[in-house]
Design a binder for this molecule. Structure first.
Ligand code: NDP
Length: 309
């Protein structure tokens, strides 16, 4: 796509960005969704998105995101696969510089989502892609009959451990604290799964390997005992890091790197909105990302109406 002028530019094409684009287009706005990544965001690799209204059996993220993408495109949203490198407000408009082109828009919705945090222990970088992974649905079929280790105690670790469990021969979930923080429905399933062993107070000190992963070294923080667990597969799900660094001071971020907004998704900069998991106080569920996207598009539409009156 060449340079263009749009009413609304959406940065990011996860569920929040796609839904913002869909809603903006349905409101009659010209919408460009810019995404440097694969369309769909983090949810694309989720085997089963649960708790999303209308899908009582759950729906794979790799179905839900493309369905929403088609819906946004059918409503009239345009797409550009490019990475936004600079964002500037000029003469009442926002200018987006990407690695391929530049665009102007009356309003911008930031929906750049999050990425999985890394653990930062020895061996993690060396063996990433050689046994260390952050995609259970990608690797599960390769682990049939093998042991796996999942690190983390929140919803991501629980959800991904439950994706792996039917495939592997056994799975150890290493929880740093004294309890699982995952929501009750996941916690109950994990604790009832005969293949899953949950170890608490388990701090991973090192990921071990010889060309590929061979195990993890774990310290029990309650008594200091150090043990090694043999495994070919280590999954790290210890929280999410917002993708907001590229903003480079355009809008102040919270200490955790999220974008603060009011309850209409408005940032402190006129015409600049944020939606989804990159936004501070987002509820962290797929349905909340979609809700944020719709709210942001409605607020952007109202802002453009005011601007033109
Ligand atoms: P969270 O921040 O919710 O949880 C991170 C987990 O990792 C915590 O148990 C934390 O333990 C642990 N942890 C953090 N750092 C380390 C470390 N260095 N070593 C070991 N463990 C560590 O992140 P999630 O990715 O699980 O979830 C993010 C958001 O997405 C949440 O809002 C969640 O509800 C949502 N989500 C919802 C799903 C759903 O509804 N189906 C599915 C997946 C995610 P500690 O407390 O000790 O720091």
């Amino acid at each position: 796509m060449s340079n263009g002028e749009f009413d609304i530019a959406v940065v990011g094409a996860g569920l929040a960005g796609l839904t913002a684009g869909l809603t903006g287009a349905r409101l009659g706005r010209s919408v460009l969704i810019v995404t440097g990544d694969i369309l769909g965001g983090l949810l694309l690799s989720v085997e089963k998105v649960e708790g999303y209204p209308g899908f009582p059996e759950g729906i794979p993220g790799y179905d839900l995101c493309p369905m929403t993408q088609v819906q946004a495109a059918d409503a009239g949203a345009q797409f550009s696969m490019a990475s936004v490198q600079a964002l500037q407000s000029r003469d009442g408009h926002w200018r987006l510089e990407t690695n391929a082109e530049s665009h102007t828009a009356g309003a911008v919705i930031l929906a750049t989502g999050t990425r999985f945090r890394r653990l930062g222990v020895a061996g993690e970088d060396i063996y990433f892609g050689k046994g260390v992974s952050q995609c259970a649905s990608c690797d599960a079929p390769l682990l049939r009959g093998k042991e796996a280790v999942v690190i983390g105690g929140g919803d991501s670790a629980a959800q991904e451990a439950l994706t792996l469990a039917p495939h592997v021969s056994g799975l150890t979930l290493l929880v740093r604290g004294g309890a699982l923080q995952a929501q009750a429905i996941y916690r109950d399933r994990l604790l009832a799964d005969g293949k899953v062993e949950v170890r608490y107070n388990a701090e991973v000190e090192e990921i071990l390997g010889e060309d590929v992963v061979t195990g993890v070294r774990v310290r029990d923080t309650s008594d200091g005992a150090v043990t090694e667990i043999a495994t070919e597969a280590v999954f790290v799900f210890i929280g999410l890091q917002p993708n907001a660094e590229f903003l480079n001071g355009v809008v102040p971020l919270t200490e955790s790197g999220h974008i603060p907004t009011d309850d209409r998704m408005r940032t402190v900069r006129p015409g600049l909105f944020a939606a989804g998991s990159v936004r501070a106080d987002n509820a962290g569920q797929a349905v909340a990302a979609a809700g944020d996207g719709t709210s942001a598009a409605l607020a952007a539409h109202a802002y453009l109406e005011e601007d033109s009156s």
